[in-house]
Design a protein around this ligand. Structure first.
Ligand SMILES: Nc1ncnc2c1ncn2[C@@H]1O[C@H](COP(=O)(O)OP(=O)(O)OP(=O)(O)O)[C@@H](O)[C@H]1O
Length: 334
């Protein structure tokens, strides 16, 4: 649905080149909630702003539903942008307009019939659950309510794509969950494709189907969220997972072991019920010492880790590892 090909963007500041994006390639499916996570300065905002050309890329293509956005002239771009809603960390509401008028704003720009504007606006106010605040001004709303207004406004023209640039970063954890639930409901009911730019792993964990990790303007890892949790490939993806504040191998300092091997077993919902550790001990002449473990509840499934020390004769350890392999259990010697 959205294809990004060899996208690059450089800024010039004080005669210095800042490479914000370097050869970004991504494919995002229709109806998918796709996360792009990275640290500050990684290039996230530049990337999402290039998608609707709020920022002009230097080179590369952005294709949405077979339309090459990068080739459009101003008028064509204006038309195409109606199908791309966007929400921001700072909400970007019109402070002099109330909830109703903020949400009606894009419809008025379309010069829709007054009655239709009224009907659609009230429908949207109801959808984002702000009927009791319809006459309130942004200054009279909480952060979560402001973001609901922004979501209502972004939905006004029935977009096929919704871009969220740190849409939940300014919100407390409970309000974040309620905005994420609203975005998920929008995807489920309208099959809207959602791209979530974030630095919060919580967002990726809770609603994303797939995720790309961006560092220094490059995508360094891209996978389903489940696979990312099961096999984080890069240091940064591991640290994002650790940032969820749950004990993992890097949170709990692992003891230095003189013998045996340290292994991280990872389980998905399907194999979480297998008595892997006790079977290993029964089948092989080894001891297994459990050091730490946890379970992450993801959008559609859950993934668990267990860090264990496997000890015994080398040959027995190797046999037990190949048995694990044959059982289809994911593990990594760490
Ligand atoms: N208008 C600009 N002029 C010059 N440099 C810029 C401009 N916008 C962004 N940059 C630089 O490009 C790089 C990527 O910035 P970007 O805002 O895309 O990162 P980010 O991942 O969104 O960071 P944050 O999470 O802090 O917003 C940074 O080095 C930043 O300083």
């Amino acid at each position: 649905m959205i294809t990004i090909e060899n996208l690059s963007k450089t800024y010039i500041q004080d005669n210095k080149k800042i490479i914000a994006l370097k050869n970004i390639n991504l494919n995002i499916e229709k109806g998918e909630i796709f996360g792009i996570i990275g640290l500050s300065g990684a290039g996230k905002s530049t990337l999402i702003r290039c998608i609707n050309r709020l920022e002009e890329p230097d080179s590369g293509k952005i294709i949405i539903d077979n339309v090459n956005i990068t080739n459009l002239n101003k008028n064509e771009l204006r038309e195409e942008r109606k199908g791309i809603g966007m929400i921001f960390q700072s909400f970007n509401l019109l402070s002099s307009k109330n909830v109703y008028d903020n949400i009606a704003f894009p419809l008025r720009l379309e010069k829709m019939d007054k009655k239709d504007i009224d009907k659609r606006t009230k429908e949207l106010v109801k959808y984002v659950e702000l009927e009791d605040k319809i006459n309130s001004y942004p200054a009279q709303l909480s952060g979560g309510q402001k973001q609901r207004v922004a979501v209502g406004r972004a939905l006004a023209n029935n977009p096929k794509v919704l871009l969220s640039d740190e849409g939940t970063s300014a919100l407390d954890p409970i309000t974040t969950k309620s905005i994420l639930a609203l975005l998920k409901k929008i995807r489920d009911e309208f099959n809207v494709t959602i791209i979530m730019i974030t630095h919060q792993m919580e967002v990726v964990k809770d609603i994303c189907d797939r995720v790309a990790i961006i560092e220094n303007g490059k995508i360094i890892e891209s996978n389903t969220v489940e696979e990312l949790f099961r096999h984080p490939k890069t240091k940064i993806s591991r640290s994002f997972i650790n940032s969820l504040n749950i004990n993992t191998d890097e949170f709990v300092p692992l003891p230095k072991i003189d013998h045996g091997k340290l292994i991280r077993l990872s389980f998905s919902k399907e194999n979480a019920r297998k008595p892997v550790v006790s079977d290993m001990i029964k089948k092989f002449n080894i001891s297994v010492n459990i050091l730490s473990g946890n379970i992450y509840d993801l959008n559609k499934t859950s993934v668990g880790y267990l860090i264990v020390q496997v000890d015994g004769e080398n040959e027995e350890i190797e046999k037990s590892l190949s048995w694990l392999n044959n059982q289809g259990i994911n593990f990594e010697v760490i």
